[in-house]
Design a protein. Sequence first.
Length: 232
Amino acid sequence: MIRVLVVDDEPQLLRALRINLSARRYEVVVAADGATALDLAARHVPDLVVLDLGLPDMDGTDVIAGLRGWTKVPILVLSGRTDAADKVDALDAGADDYVTKPFSMDELMARLRVLVRRLESEQAAQQTAVIGYYTVDLAAKTVIRLPGAPEDVPEQIHLTKTEWAVLEILVRNPGRLVSGKHILQQVWGPAYDAQTNYLRFYLAKLRQKLEPEPSHPRQLITEPGMGYRFQP
């Protein structure tokens, strides 16, 4: 299910968007100000963001900048600002599309579908990755030794179901910081979002199996106090 973070300080609009998006089987998370939006984005990493620029605590372009510091999530700006300069500023800050208020719900949904198709296309392209001396194939669920790897490197590595689940989240977000809470919620469920020992254990197992120097990982990185990152 695609998770959409909707950020707007108009309660009626938030309610209308929640109802319409939920009816189309999106998972919806809402925020009425920029600080809450950034906090929710870190704790419940969204697949898409719908963002108003006129927020009570900060400008929407600052929210875009905050998100772009660690994620490439598609951002659709939904704003009453119609001046061309405002649109250019938002797009230059990192927004992917811009819809002005008042708007047609059908048009908004069509714009979101375009972003979803792009997102799915990017995810489909991220089926394989090279980690250490191995090619990891997410679709085939195989880890195969690269040609030219040292002879003492095993030809194939077996990963458990849970190891695959953790690794897939990281590989599908190359170079991006992924919060520990997000991984825990996606793999084990919302009730486990504080079980950081699970992640330490499984990241250690993955490094032991995939990294040439598990004690000095170069690709399966821990960002202390923030989360984890797969560095291609």
